[in-house]
Design a protein around this ligand. Structure first.
Ligand code: TPP
Ligand code: MG
Length: 51
């Protein structure tokens, strides 16, 4: 079954983890049955849970 992947990530989490996960995506996406991917970065210019 084909399914579009959607990732939702905060701007802080994108900085902490997301950048390196893009490298993982680059390594593995050709194995996916459906290579479509949407990444939404929720940018509030803050690490809000921390501040
Ligand atoms: C690997 C890791 N490092 C640090 C934290 C501590 N932490 C919890 S929330 C947060 C900030 C998240 O910011 P963001 O993704 O922008 O979400 P927001 O709260 O702004 O919606 C941090 C650093 C964590 N949960 N995981
Ligand atoms: Mg944020």
């Amino acid at each position: 079954m084909e399914a579009l992947a959607i990732a939702l990530v905060g701007d802080g989490a994108m900085q902490m983890n997301g950048i390196s996960e893009l490298i993982s995506i680059g390594k593995y996406w050709q194995r996916w049955s459906d290579s479509r991917l949407v990444i939404m970065v929720l940018n509030n210019r803050d690490l809000n849970q921390v501040t």
